[in-house]
Design a binder for this molecule. Structure first.
Ligand code: ZN
Length: 224
């Protein structure tokens, strides 16, 4: 456990979801610089050391490295800060408007796949807002964060995915969370504007990146 996790508040509400993250390739490269190697089997310890040394405040409960080793960062009975609380605009149509470049008319899914709402709508048909996912308004209060530490190239390894599969199944069993995609979410599902968009030349594109398209969700073995 990270020393700084001792200051996290105790959880007061039951766990309702698991949220999967990428620790990002940028972070993996910083760790590789710290320890002088990009060997996935060594990046996990280096990542933990970096979290400790810099007293980084944002992390999930557990980090799975490229060799498939879990590194526990925070006790699951504490609320870790791994996603933002959802802003009020997720309760309204405003978040869809946020994803629309100024001056353009609203386009429905299929005609304009570049926008945030379009990929989110395709992924969660009929769900109006991220708040209607299992995490609700305060995702941190009711979820366990699982960080996947990618390689320096941003890839998730096969043994890492095997380990994540087992870990997610165990967490779901332990906390009575359905082993379903609707309860095992990506950070990009929970906070699409924060983790599902990039801005290029003033236009916002819907590009989910946390955990992003390199995560093969089928390898988590969730039931549908
Ligand atoms: Zn994340």
């Amino acid at each position: 456990m990270l020393p700084q996790s001792a200051d996290l508040p105790l959880r007061t509400r039951p766990v309702r979801a698991i949220v999967i993250h990428t620790a990002t390739a940028v972070f993996a490269r910083k760790v590789a610089q710290d320890i002088g190697t990009d060997d996935p089997a060594r990046l996990g310890d280096g990542a933990v050391a970096r979290y400790e040394r810099l007293e980084l405040p944002f992390y999930g409960h557990v980090l799975v490295d490229g060799a498939g080793a879990p590194h526990w960062l925070a006790p699951v009975d504490r609320v870790a800060w791994h996603t933002a609380p959802l802003a009020d605009f997720y309760a309204t149509d405003r978040w869809r408007l946020w994803a629309r470049p100024p001056g353009e008319g609203w386009t429905r899914h299929g005609r304009d796949p570049a926008r945030v709402w379009d990929w989110w709508d395709a992924r969660w048909p009929g769900v109006e807002s991220p708040r209607l996912l299992a995490t609700g308004r305060q995702p941190n209060d009711v979820s366990i964060g699982v960080d996947l530490l990618p390689t320096v190239d941003g890839e998730f390894t096969p043994c890492q995915m095997q380990a994540a599969n087992r870990l997610v199944l165990d967490l779901c069993c332990d906390h009575d969370v359905p082993h379903l995609r609707g309860y095992v979410l990506g950070h990009e599902d929970v906070d699409p504007c924060g983790r599902g968009a990039v801005r290029r030349r003033g236009i916002i594109y819907g590009v989910p990146w946390d955990p992003g398209p390199r995560l093969d969700w089928t390898l988590l073995g969730l039931e549908s």
